[in-house]
Design a protein around this ligand. Structure first.
Ligand code: TRP
Length: 361
């Protein structure tokens, strides 16, 4: 293998540098780019998703960048048996995205589950021939997920889903992928697959772009237990769809510490600092200033300020979500037109792929 063709999972520094340049160019030339990103439909979205990724997606959409949101329903099957609620979760996630400000009705944003796009899924087969077993086995994110799942028998979908994720991104020639750090190994596989496909089958006329990661500069939101990332499965999340009362009672139970004087110190006081950060994300005031104002008001004062700030901030989003909930027929229509657009983009790409691979008859 050529050096340039090696799959290197440790690219963080260079990636961060490139991501900064990409960010600048996105603002200047939004029409050069197509964003592709997505979620697994394992449940509704929470405020960690909102501050960590949804707001950024909306920002890119508002810059005028075409935005494809894939709901990765096949990926759910890699590490859990639960498939009963996939359809329900697809509808819930679509509503969360739309309530947060993604606007499929604007004609430049598309939301679709990948299981409904055969043209996308077909790409998996040639793509699997472009990576080695050893490369799949070395993927650090997959390794962590295998550990976290705690299963003895790991299905092959777990090892190969990053290749399927390459199909998610490349079927529509997505060239910008907003990601957190954990997704970088998958994006590296996508880039290598694009490069190897072009080198092997399409040297004269490359078919695929090498998609670039856009690293989020949003802070990581911890759960209300303060010890780990907010996540529905860890039971430490505030869902976007929670009521104001549910929000208040979750915050009341949030973990803090015994020091009455509130200070912003993420290293020494992660729980208190996380709550300050959440207030700051709602009000725009720096967390240090908020802490100073609370002074020796203790965690009671901290929590009541957070409850008020968060419920106020989420009010329009929740209002919009309730409107959407009352018309699921409309949500299904949004998904159908997202699927239609994805199928169209996928058919064009698949045609080029067949031509490049000498499979056109
Ligand atoms: N693996 C991603 C996650 O677990 C979801 C995902 C599937 C995705 N396909 C994608 C993200 C394509 C970005 C691009 O969150």
């Amino acid at each position: 293998m050529e050096t340039s063709d090696r799959l290197n999972y440790n690219t963080f520094e260079a990636t961060a540098e490139r991501s900064k340049k990409l960010e600048e160019d996105l603002v200047r030339n939004p029409s050069k780019y197509r964003v592709l990103t997505g979620d697994r439909p394992t449940g509704r979205l929470h405020i960690g998703h909102l501050f960590g990724s949804l707001q950024n997606r909306v920002r890119l959409q508002e810059l005028g960048v075409q935005t494809y949101i894939v709901i990765a329903d096949y990926q759910v099957l890699t590490d859990r048996d639960a498939f009963e609620s996939i359809a329900e979760n697809i509808l819930q996630i679509t509503m969360d995205c739309m309530a947060a400000g993604l606007r499929p009705e604007g004609g430049n944003t598309f939301i679709f589950p990948h299981s409904h796009v055969p043209e996308l899924n077909q790409l998996l087969l040639p793509f699997l021939t472009l990576v080695t077993m050893a490369e799949l086995d070395r993927n650090p994110t997959v390794k962590e997920e295998i550990q976290a799942a705690g299963q003895k028998r790991i299905n092959a979908g777990m090892y190969t889903y990053p290749v399927h994720q390459a199909a998610d991104i490349l079927f529509c020639k997505g060239n910008v992928v907003p990601v957190g750090k954990d997704q970088l190994p998958h994006l590296e596989i996508t880039r290598v697959i694009a490069r190897r496909f072009n080198d092997r089958f399409a040297a004269k006329k490359p078919v695929f772009p090498e998609p670039q990661p856009l690293l989020s500069n949003a802070p990581i939101i911890l759960g209300l237990d303060g010890s780990q990332k907010m996540s529905k499965s860890r039971n430490n999340a505030i869902m976007l769809s929670a009521t104001e009362e549910e929000t208040a009672s979750l915050i009341k139970k949030a973990k803090t510490d015994a020091d009455r004087v509130i200070t912003y110190d993420p290293a020494k006081r992660p729980e208190v600092s996380n709550l300050l950060l959440l207030i700051s994300l709602c009000t725009g005031e720096p967390p240090e200033t908020i802490a100073e104002k609370i002074g020796d008001g203790g965690s009671g004062r901290l929590k009541s300020i957070l409850t008020e700030a968060l419920n106020y901030f989420l009010k329009p989003l929740r209002q919009r979500r309730r409107e959407l909930e009352s018309d699921l027929g409309y949500i299904r229509k949004v998904l159908r037109s997202g699927i239609e657009q994805a199928q169209k983009a996928g058919a064009e790409t698949l045609n080029e792929v067949r031509e490049a691979m000498n499979m056109k008859i």
